[in-house]
Design a protein. Structure first.
Length: 95
């Protein structure tokens, strides 16, 4: 019983850690974006926020390539960690 409890707690922590890594690029601050996305530092995260403020919410994760300094490779590396809209669903990989 004790091993099962330890296993369940470990799974809960792992799931909680995964969920904390995702970021909604339409609502997050530059700091939150830079902490959650690989290869995106403060200046790129600030550029994402500026782009969002100037052009409105991102409708598709691939729109990030319109932000200066963000390329397709950066988007692809982070695709599973990017959320869009208020429903907090993860951005789906385009087929």
């Amino acid at each position: 019983m004790k091993k099962l409890l330890v296993f369940l707690l470990t799974c809960m922590v792992a799931v909680g850690s995964w969920a904390a890594d995702a970021v909604n690029i339409n609502t997050a601050s530059a700091e939150e974006i830079s902490e959650a996305l690989k290869g995106v530092g403060n200046s790129k995260a600030e550029a994402i926020v500026r782009y969002r403020e100037a052009n409105g919410a991102f409708k598709d994760v691939d729109e990030l390539v319109n932000v200066k300094g963000i390329g397709l490779r950066t988007v692809d590396i982070n695709r599973e960690f990017i959320m869009l809209e208020g429903d907090n669903t993860l951005a789906a990989r385009k087929q």
